[in-house]
Design a binder for this molecule. Structure first.
Ligand SMILES: [Zn+2]
Length: 123
């Protein structure tokens, strides 16, 4: 069944990526469920794309202070953690995402079965 809120990408090495975008409208704000292999071990990874935005309707000096504070933190501490909300636009969107997680789970399970068969042949 086609899930309208999920884009599915497959790359040339067989990786599968399920991608869904946030309702907020920021183009690159998305979650990817990536099914992959890491050193022959099947894994699924959640990849969140988020970004930096100035606070909406904030005074200019508050915006500048926040930018300077974060830039200094990154400059002197060497790391910066950001968080952002991800908005599902409907129950269907959430169900489609859960379906993508189930598909990823199934593919990881199949990957483990392939690995076990391969390991049995070489043992
Ligand atoms: Zn968003």
């Amino acid at each position: 069944m086609e899930r309208s809120n999920i884009e599915i990408e497959k790359d040339h090495e067989g990786y599968v990526i399920f991608r869904t975008t946030c309702e907020c409208g920021v183009e690159n704000h998305s979650i990817k469920v990536i099914v992959d292999e890491e050193m022959g071990i099947p894994i699924a990874t959640l990849f969140f794309e988020c970004g930096w935005r100035d606070e909406w309707k904030a005074k200019w000096w508050k915006i500048l202070w926040r930018r300077l504070k974060c830039a200094c933190f990154l400059l002197f501490k060497g790391h910066l953690y950001l968080d952002e909300d991800f908005i599902f636009r409907s129950g269907e969107h959430l169900e489609d995402f859960l379906h993508a997680l189930e598909q990823a789970s199934e593919q990881v399970r199949k990957g483990w079965e392939r690995k076990q068969k391969k390991d049995e042949k070489t043992a």
